[in-house]
Design a protein around this ligand. Structure first.
Ligand code: ASP
Length: 453
């Protein structure tokens, strides 16, 4: 049994939805179809989710919304027409949008955003189920209301454990289930969306709930590449990658698959297959619990900008019990999550995502660390990128760190932070943002270009 998730570009137009239907029809194991909202049809296009966010912001600001509603409806109308569906479906979608606009504003601005964003996938799933039936595929739209229970705000949206139980009975359905991605409902019945790209998460939850043999994630590329193809020319294709490797790569920039989506499938060791809707014959990339093939030590290299470093030094820090905890507690109280904490005897750096701080917050943190921890030096530095070299084979290979550092030195960049110790599958470097691309190319050349399998 297979759960298949189709991303935004896979359901962007009538032509794409027809490909989805053909993929589903070509394999009777494909019993569950999770869909995104219609995405971009070409690079200049706007995703329906973004149109809906625009609409939600106008509703919240009390601005004119007519054009914005029409912009969304038009996308569905065009698809409905191309699929030979009755015009009535776009009237239903329009009415649904108006109801959401009117009712959600009575609840809260956050709810307006959630409700409208979710309508993108919800209406698309209804329409695709209708299309499937119209061409003879027995299908049924199922709402996340039927069991995808999520936590209460303000914590980030996550499925609760009972969601898996609730959804498990869907495996006995005789019809193909068409399920909208991206949202669930709290125990009180309030709709909440996952983070952007969250339909991957819905697909994984469903795959785990029904005990799928495989979770197929259809997108618009043949596979995951070993480095960003926008920076590195023709990077090697990854045919197989472990969950741990994928997690490390998607942490720093690999956006093909949402990192949170690995959690539900990881526990049950359900393999994930990234595939291309536009080229379904290509085997794609398999994400598995343990690698089955012999590979080179480095599987992929990722890079992501937007990191800041909080540097703290205090003489004899290493002897002070509780220093690290108190420092991290200050960050916790400021609602900041941290990524790495490389430390020396008398100093510690806390690496965080820059978007979490503003100048006011920074000042407050610096002052508190001076006042409460009596540090000698406390300051923030900004504009860093993290470069992560990932591979299950790295631990058993001598000299990899030296090779990586030498390759980086060739670009003239200074390594501001290096972190290997705790992770068995990755080696991360903090560098000034302006060197990011040059370093990615240099590392790729070092580990992939000469034959060093
Ligand atoms: N449509 C949502 C987004 O654009 C969720 C998804 O496609 O996964 O983020």
């Amino acid at each position: 049994m297979k759960v298949c998730k189709f991303g935004g570009t896979s359901v962007a137009s009538a032509e794409q939805v027809k490909k989805v239907a053909a993929i589903v029809q070509s394999d009777e194991q494909r019993r569950f179809v999770v869909v995104s909202a219609p995405g971009k049809r070409d690079s200049a296009d706007i995703k329906v989710t973004d149109l809906l966010i625009d609409l939600a912001n106008a509703v919240i600001a009390g601005e004119e919304i007519e054009d914005k509603i029409q912009a969304v409806v038009k996308r569905y109308e065009e698809n409905a027409q191309g699929l030979g569906l009755d015009r009535e479906i776009s009237d239903i979608i329009e009415a649904d949008l108006r109801t959401r606009c009117e009712q959600a504003i009575k609840v809260s601005p956050e709810y307006v955003l959630d409700s409208l964003k979710a309508s993108g996938e919800d209406n698309n799933a209804k329409m695709i189920a209708m299309y499937f039936n119209s061409i003879g595929i027995e299908a049924r739209y199922v709402s996340p209301k039927e069991g995808l229970v999520v936590n209460e705000p303000p914590a980030r949206t996550m499925a609760l454990s009972e969601a898996y139980n609730n959804l498990s009975s869907l495996k006995d359905s005789n019809e193909i289930i068409v399920f909208p991605g991206f949202f669930g409902y709290t125990a009180q019945g309030v709709l909440r969306t996952f983070d952007r790209g969250g339909s991957d998460i819905t697909g994984a939850i469903l795959a785990a709930a029904v005990g799928a043999d495989i979770y197929e994630n259809f997108t618009d590329v043949d596979c995951v590449f070993s480095a960003n193809p926008k920076v590195v020319n023709n990077p090697a294709e990854i045919t197989e990658i472990t969950y741990r490797e994928m997690r490390e790569l998607s942490y720093a920039g690999f956006s093909v698959f949402h990192d949170e989506a690995l959690m539900p499938v990881f526990k049950l060791k359900i393999p994930v297959n990234i595939k291309n809707t536009n080229n379904p014959a290509s085997p794609g990339t398999r994400i598995v619990s343990e690698s089955t093939i012999n590979r080179r030590p480095v599987t992929g290299i990722s890079a992501d900008a937007g990191f800041s470093i909080l540097y703290v030094s205090k003489y004899l820090m290493n002897r002070e019990i509780g220093f690290g905890r108190k420092l991290l507690q200050i960050l916790e109280e400021e609602n900041i999550s941290y990524e790495h904490t490389p430390s020396g005897l008398d100093d510690i750096s806390v690496i965080i995502r820059s978007h979490q701080v503003d100048p006011e917050k920074e000042q407050r943190i610096v002052k508190r660390v001076y006042d409460e921890l009596h540090a000698d030096d406390v300051h923030f530095r900004h504009g860093f990128s993290m470069i992560v070299v990932v591979g299950e084979g790295m631990n058993n290979n001598t000299g990899l760190a030296a090779r990586a550092a030498t390759a980086i030195s060739r670009t003239g960049a200074n390594i501001e932070m290096i972190n290997q110790g705790s992770s068995e599958v990755s080696l991360s470097f903090g560098v000034k943002q302006q060197f990011e691309d040059a370093i990615l190319k240099a590392l790729y050349e070092e580990f992939f270009q000469p034959v060093n399998v």
